[in-house]
Ligand binder design. Structure first.
Ligand code: 5GP
Length: 186
C-alpha cells in the first residue's frame, strides 16, 4: 500500500470551448486517467467506441442507472451522458489522478458525493468565438440543435461561474493546458 493519494478532477465548460483537447493533453502530461463516459447520443464520424465514449442504447443506459453503475449522469440535449463508477473508484484507490470531462449538472453531483473533487471550468476568450466554433463544428446537426447548443453554452457558463473553484480561459491552447496542470498539481 503506497501513501500516494488519488485525486478526482472535474473539468467542465461550454460545448465548443476546446475542453476535450485540454483534458487529453493535460491527462497525458500528468499521467492521469481520463475517464471514458457512456452516452446514448449517436457516434460522430471520427469517434471510436470505447475511446471517445461508450455508445449505449437508451435501454442499456437506463439499466446501468438502475444498477447504480454511474458515479453521476445527466441528460444533455435529450441524450444521456454518464461516468462509469468502477474505473474511477479503482484508479483513485490506486493513487492516480482521474479527470472527468462532464457537464455542470454532473459536476454538481460529483461535488456533492465527493467534496474533495477539484472543480475546473474552461471559459472561451470571447462569446462570439464560441458561437463561431459551435457553428463550424456542426456534426451534421440541424439549425435548431446548434441553436440549443448555443443557449446551453450560456447557461453552462452562468452555472459554472457560480459553482466552480478554478477558471481557465482557453485563449491559447498550450497556456490553458499548462494552467490546468498547475492547478491540479497544487
Ligand atoms: P458532446 O456530445 O459534445 O460530446 O458532449 C456534450 C456535453 O456532455 C459536454 O458538455 C460534455 O462535457 C458532457 N458530458 C460528456 N460526458 C459526460 C458524462 O459522463 N457526464 C455528464 N454529466 N456530462 C458529460
Amino acid at each position: 500500500m503506497s501513501g500516494k493519494q488519488g485525486k478526482l478532477v472535474v473539468i467542465s465548460g461550454p460545448s465548443g470551448v476546446g475542453k476535450s483537447t485540454i483534458c487529453r493533453q493535460a491527462a497525458e502530461r500528468l499521467g492521469a486517467v481520463l475517464s471514458v463516459s457512456a452516452t446514448t447520443r449517436p457516434r460522430g464520424a471520427s469517434e471510436v467506441d470505447g475511446r471517445d465514449y461508450y455508445f449505449l442504447t437508451r435501454q442499456e443506459f437506463q439499466r446501468r442507472i438502475a444498477a447504480g453503475e454511474f458515479l453521476e449522469y445527466a441528460e444533455v440535449f435529450g441524450n444521456y451522458y454518464g461516468t462509469p463508477r468502477r474505473p474511477v473508484e479503482q484508479a483513485i484507490a490506486e493513487g492516480k489522478i482521474v479527470i472527468l470531462e462532464i457537464d455542470v449538472q454532473g459536476g454538481g453531483q460529483v461535488k456533492a458525493a465527493m467534496p474533495e473533487a477539484m472543480m475546473i471550468f474552461i471559459l472561451p476568450p470571447r462569446m462570439e468565438e464560441l458561437m463561431r466554433r459551435i457553428e463550424k463544428r456542426g456534426r451534421g446537426e440541424d439549425a435548431a440543435t446548434r441553436q440549443e447548443r448555443l443557449a446551453r453554452a450560456h447557461a453552462e457558463i452562468e452555472t459554472g461561474k457560480a459553482h466552480y473553484e478554478y477558471f481557465v480561459v482557453n485563449d491559447d491552447l498550450d497556456r490553458a493546458v499548462q494552467e490546468v496542470i498547475d492547478i491540479i498539481r497544487r
